[in-house]
Design a protein. Structure first.
Length: 180
C-alpha cells in the first residue's frame, strides 16, 4: 500500500532526524567544552543545544510509538480478554488522538505566532527566529497525532496496531527488555 509505505517512511525519517539532532547536539556540546578549554566562547551554543535536545525528543515520539517502545500498562492489558483489550485500546487511542491533536494545534499556533511576529530569543547571543526551533515541536506533535490516528484506524478495522505488532515481534525474538 503506497500510503502505508509513505507513513512508515515518514515515521522512520522522523526517527532518523531525531538521531541527527542528537549527533549535532553532541557536536555542539563538545565544541562548547573544547572552546572553554581553549578560551573561546562558542556563540549561541547553549540555545542551540537546548533546541536540539527538544527537537530530538519531539521528532522521536511518533517513531518510538510505532515501534512499541513507549511505556505500556502490561499488567492491566495482559489480563484483558481479546474483546476487552480491543475496546480498551480503541478508547485509549481515541484519548491519545484528542490530547496529541490539542498539543499539535497549540504547538502550530505558537510557532505560527512566533513566525508572524518574527520573535527572537530574549537572551543569548544567537538571534535566530524562534519559529525555526519551535517548528520541531510542532512537526513532532503533528507526527505523533498522525501515528495515533493511524493505529486508531487500524484498531477500528479490527487489525492489530503497529505498536503491539512491534512489541510482540520483540517478545517472539526473545527480547524482553520492554518489561524491565
Amino acid at each position: 500500500m503506497p500510503l502505508r509505505r509513505f507513513l512508515d517512511g515518514l515515521y522512520d525519517a522522523a526517527g532518523a532526524l531525531s538521531g541527527v539532532c542528537l549527533i549535532v547536539l553532541f557536536s555542539t556540546v563538545l565544541a562548547q567544552v573544547a572552546g572553554r578549554e581553549l578560551g573561546y566562547l562558542v556563540p549561541g551554543a547553549d540555545s542551540v543545544a537546548a533546541w536540539l535536545c527538544a527537537a530530538s525528543a519531539f521528532f522521536a515520539l511518533a517513531h518510538t510509538f510505532k515501534r512499541g517502545e513507549l511505556m505500556q500498562v502490561g499488567l492491566l492489558l495482559d489480563h484483558l480478554s481479546p474483546a476487552a483489550l480491543r475496546r480498551f485500546e480503541i478508547a485509549a487511542l481515541a484519548v491519545a488522538v484528542l490530547f496529541s491533536a490539542f498539543m499539535a494545534w497549540a504547538a502550530v499556533v505558537y510557532t505560527w505566532q512566533s513566525w508572524r511576529t518574527n520573535e527572537l530569543p530574549q537572551s543569548g547571543t544567537l538571534a535566530l527566529p524562534l519559529w525555526i526551533p519551535q517548528s520541531s515541536f510542532a512537526l513532532g506533535a503533528l507526527l505523533l497525532t498522525v501515528a495515533f490516528v493511524d493505529d486508531l484506524l487500524l484498531s477500528l478495522r479490527g487489525e492489530v496496531p503497529a505498536y503491539r505488532r512491534a512489541a510482540q515481534a520483540r517478545r517472539d525474538a526473545g527480547d524482553f527488555s520492554e518489561g524491565v
